[in-house]
Design a protein around this ligand. Structure first.
Ligand code: HEC
Ligand code: HEC
Ligand code: HEC
Length: 435
């Protein structure tokens, strides 16, 4: 009896070995050019995280990299594409050269131009060896998924793609990142990641009339000075004292990218997804390099107001007599138990509001949006944030939200402009559809 089981087990075992060998052979013979080693594929997987390909190419509840995520562009809604190695509906038929052209020049295998919602103006700076590793990963490390691409909801004549060739001729800078002389290895690594795969500027640099980023590296004045996008304001990342990273140390910045929060601020809105899917999984060398590079950027943008200094005196008085101040009334009832009477919150768990760069920012979109709608969960190493910012859309009126944000923007010596109820009403309408 025991013997029989052993024999049949052995037969099954042998069959499995034979099957595995046959599959391996089939794969090798079908794709002779694709003999990338495991280390290269693994490096490609890491680079896909740094480039945050999944943020756009994986739809919520969708299969990894099968596309289908809707994206709003100035022309209309488009859908991300299937970049799994399925030969019919994905990029299984792409050679490495085809893949490199799509990533760095925005041209698909069949020759059509991609919309720059795919951040190829940033990926243009990615070096050959990294493109090769990404290709190895997408061909051999990603599960093929059969899922057809969806056409964009853009009507003729705006759906014609040939004008994108002109766009590229004007705005696309070709050529991979070149190390800058006189800068150390960490700075150059940071610059390479921020400008290239990390595509931080696609959100953080303001755009011009052609939807082009106004600068593609630190030589431009607009570089990373902050930009409005889809209901959020992506913060100023230069050394600007009030609204930028002037008061942050390199260690503060690294902590923010790794954990989504530090003593100055917390990630919310569009940045939550970036931290969840990308920056927290970057290795320490890369995170520290990004921090080194960003902290080297001189102050740009901002409103040139006096340097922020904490002062709680006047705010203490308003909070002790909230009846006299509509904003203080809302704050004491709805916000104070988390953000504190001193405006310092309980960082990094509850973001401080005193001196917070996002609170000092002239464009109040992020503050209005986060107060109306709260924010998606920050998930660090699999653990969701225990007490995320609640949504107040159904609790507070437009006027109450305007009042409390006006209070917060004036409190603790913040000296940022008032928020009007009309601005809140506009954001409410704009974000209602998405909720
Ligand atoms: C910010 C969103 C975004 C990110 C991040 C992004 N993509 Fe894309 N990608 C798109 C969109 C949108 C398209 C389709 C554009 C179109 O249809 O014109 C696209 C198209 C492509 C295509 C062409 C596929 C085809 O079927 O024509 C490839 C290849 C590609 N992306 C690879 C990548 C890789 C690799 C990464 C990560 C390194 C990445 N993308 C990150 C938005 C993104
Ligand atoms: C999809 C858009 C998007 C991308 C891509 C993006 N960010 Fe952000 N980022 C935002 C938004 C919106 C905010 C404002 C909300 C907040 O503070 O979390 C922000 C905030 C930040 C902050 C906090 C600044 C402050 O003053 O509180 C830092 C630091 C930051 N981003 C760094 C980066 C880096 C580094 C990259 C590239 C690796 C990057 N971001 C890519 C949208 C983006
Ligand atoms: C349950 C605790 C809690 C309450 C109550 C609360 N918040 Fe928050 N708030 C947070 C947390 C936590 C964050 C950081 C983002 C996150 O992780 O959700 C935050 C972030 C913010 C931010 C963005 C600041 C930044 O840069 O991180 C603003 C502005 C804000 N809250 C305003 C308010 C206002 C106004 C109220 C009252 C109407 C309020 N909050 C009530 C917990 C709270």
């Amino acid at each position: 009896m025991t013997k029989t089981i052993n024999a049949s087990q052995r037969v099954r075992g042998l069959r499995r070995v034979a099957l595995a060998a046959a599959v391996t052979l089939a794969c090798v013979s079908a794709r002779p050019a694709l003999a990338a080693d495991a280390a290269t594929i693994q490096r490609g997987a890491y680079l896909a995280v740094v480039g945050d390909c999944a943020a756009c190419h994986t739809a919520p509840h969708g299969k990894p990299f099968a596309g289908g995520l809707p994206m709003n562009t100035p022309l209309g809604r488009i859908y991300t594409t299937n970049i799994t190695p399925d030969p019919d509906t994905g990029i299984g038929g792409y050679t490495q050269a085809d893949f490199a052209r799509a990533m760095r020049e925005g041209v698909a295998k069949d020759g059509h131009n991609l919309y720059p919602a795919m951040p190829y103006p940033s990926y243009a700076k990615v070096r050959d060896e990294d493109v090769a590793a990404l290709y190895a990963y997408f061909m051999q490390g990603v599960q093929p998924v059969r899922q057809s691409n969806r056409d964009a909801d853009i009507k003729w004549p705006m759906n014609m793609r040939w004008p994108l060739k002109l766009w590229n001729a004007v705005f696309l800078e070709k050529g991979a990142y070149q190390d800058k002389a006189g800068k150390d290895a960490a700075w150059n690594r940071g610059a390479y990641l921020v400008q290239g795969l990390g595509h931080c500027s696609s959100c953080h640099t303001p755009r011009g009339i052609g939807f082009n980023e106004k600068a593609l590296d630190e030589s431009g004045d607009a570089w990373l000075t902050g930009a409005a996008l889809d209901g959020w304001f992506a913060s100023n990342l230069t050394g600007e004292h009030n609204t930028g990273l002037g008061r942050w140390s390199e260690a503060d910045l690294a902590q923010f990218l790794k954990t989504g929060a530090n003593q100055h601020a917390s990630a919310f809105g569009a940045m939550t997804d970036v931290v969840n899917k990308s920056t927290q999984a970057m290795n320490d060398t890369d995170v520290n390099a990004i921090a080194r590079y960003l902290k080297s950027l001189p102050a740009k943008g901002g409103d040139g107001g006096p340097a922020y200094a904490y002062d709680a005196q006047a705010t203490k008085v308003s909070l002790s007599r909230p009846a006299n101040d509509a904003g203080a009334r809302v704050y004491t009832a709805y916000c104070m138990h988390c953000h504190g009477a001193d405006g310092r919150g309980f960082a990094p768990m509850f973001a401080p509001l005193a001196g917070n760069p996002n609170v000092l920012e002239k464009d109040a979109s992020s503050l209005i949006n986060v107060t109306l709608n709260g924010t998606g969960d920050l998930v660090i190493q699999g653990m969701p944030a225990p007490y995320p910012m609640p949504a107040y859309a159904d609790v507070l009126s437009d006027k109450q939200i305007a009042d409390v944000l006006t209070f917060v923007r004036a409190g603790w010596n913040n000296q940022a402009g008032a928020v009007g109820a009309a601005e809140v009403a506009k954001m409410r309408t704009r974000t209602q559809a998405a909720r």
